[in-house]
Design a protein. Structure first.
Length: 367
């Protein structure tokens, strides 16, 4: 699109009409083949699109200036993407790989923190592989937890996060043992060599508006494809293609077991595994079909290495069903929160190995 065409599209309204037409077309994924037809999945699907619209407007318009960057969140309690981790606090930021940045703040008391530079988005088919990665343990900190981190394509002394000339966004993961007890890191970012000012440019805005719906369609379509793949191992938890996870923005320090679950009202899923001997953190979670974590504000839908009760031999047993069992010893019970189908995920963070996971579908009446 030429500069003149981009501005003319705003003057005569064609840019807005195209945006609305594209947004309407994005809804087709909710009715596509393989999507469960129950009313809850349909309702959550359309809600998912409204959430993605909100996130995409923030990503491509409100927080899109790499010269005057600000941290914001693309995944939180009321807007979620790709089996978001209930134990995580996510931050995102627009950057330009040709610029230089300074991140500064305090590490808080969070258990795990990683910062990655990335290139691409879900609009490009899920290609978001990292162009740089640092963890909290890599950083030099002051005694009070303060730190400074330089972000650039050219190596820097001290704390440095690499990026490439193609890098266009940052992703920060903060993983808690217990959200109620730990303080998140406090982070700010500054571009050291900004170009121009922050005034609204009509041509640039027209191009930004054109990016909003492709992100919605790309995100919803990508994770729909994942669920199609995961249906081949229904109610099981094999290790995933880790490169697939990394291309979609996964953390190289995390080993992923994503899958698909489906249970009748009188069924429960028993998940059993022995955590690695060396593992910084692990957690297991339940999500809906659209790979949004179930509402962890009000329901017990995840468990981690801090909250889980282990067996005498160190193994973990997690029971998944709608209501807590009337009999038996299942301290790691998780509720499906009114859902009969969805996604699930076991993560190992910084693990020395990745033990297999056993699953069984049981009758609730026989527990």
């Amino acid at each position: 699109m030429s500069s003149e065409a981009a501005v003319d599209g705003l003057r005569d309204g064609r840019a807005w009409e195209q945006f609305c037409d594209d947004l309407k077309a994005a809804g087709s994924v909710i009715l596509s083949e393989g999507v469960p037809e129950d009313a809850l999945t349909r309702a959550e699907g359309y809600r998912y699109l409204t959430r993605l619209l909100r996130l995409s407007l923030e990503k491509h318009i409100e927080f899109a200036d790499p010269n005057y960057p600000r941290f914001y969140s693309l995944s939180h309690e009321t807007a979620k993407i790709g089996n978001d981790n209930p134990d995580n606090y996510y931050l995102n930021c627009a950057i330009d790989g040709r610029r230089n940045y300074r991140i500064f703040g305090n590490r808080g008391t969070v258990n795990y923190l990683s910062i990655e530079s990335k290139a691409g988005s879900f609009a490009g088919g899920g290609d978001m592989a990292a162009t740089g990665h640092v963890e909290l343990n890599d950083l030099e900190l002051a005694a009070n937890g303060d730190f400074e981190l330089m972000v650039s394509a050219v190596p820097q002394p001290g704390n440095w996060l690499p990026m490439s000339p193609q890098s266009d966004n940052l992703l920060v993961r903060q993983t808690f043992k217990d959200r109620r007890q730990e303080l998140p890191a406090r982070l700010e970012i500054q571009c050291l060599d900004p170009v121009g000012d922050d005034a609204l440019d009509p041509e640039h805005f027209s191009r930004q508006l054109a990016q909003v719906v492709p992100f919605i369609s790309g995100t919803a379509g990508l994770f729909k494809q994942w669920m199609d793949k995961f249906s081949a191992h229904l109610n099981q938890l094999p290790a995933n293609d880790q490169q697939m996870c990394l291309r979609a923005g996964g953390d190289p320090a995390i080993h992923y077991h994503n899958s698909y679950w489906r249970l009748a009202e009188d069924e429960a899923l028993l998940v059993e595994f022995t955590p690695p001997g060396q593992c910084r953190a692990w957690n297991f979670q339940l999500s809906n079909y659209w790979m949004e974590s179930l509402d962890y504000r009000y329901h017990r839908i995840s468990v981690n290495n801090h909250s889980a009760v282990a067996e005498i031999d160190g193994s973990i047993r997690i029971l998944v069903c709608e209501h807590p069992p009337a009999a038996g010893h299942y301290p790691n019970w998780l509720t499906t929160a009114g859902h009969g189908v969805g996604a699930m995920l076991l993560r190992y963070v910084g693990a020395c190995d990745h033990p297999p996971v056993q699953t069984r579908v049981l009758q609730v009446s026989q527990l």
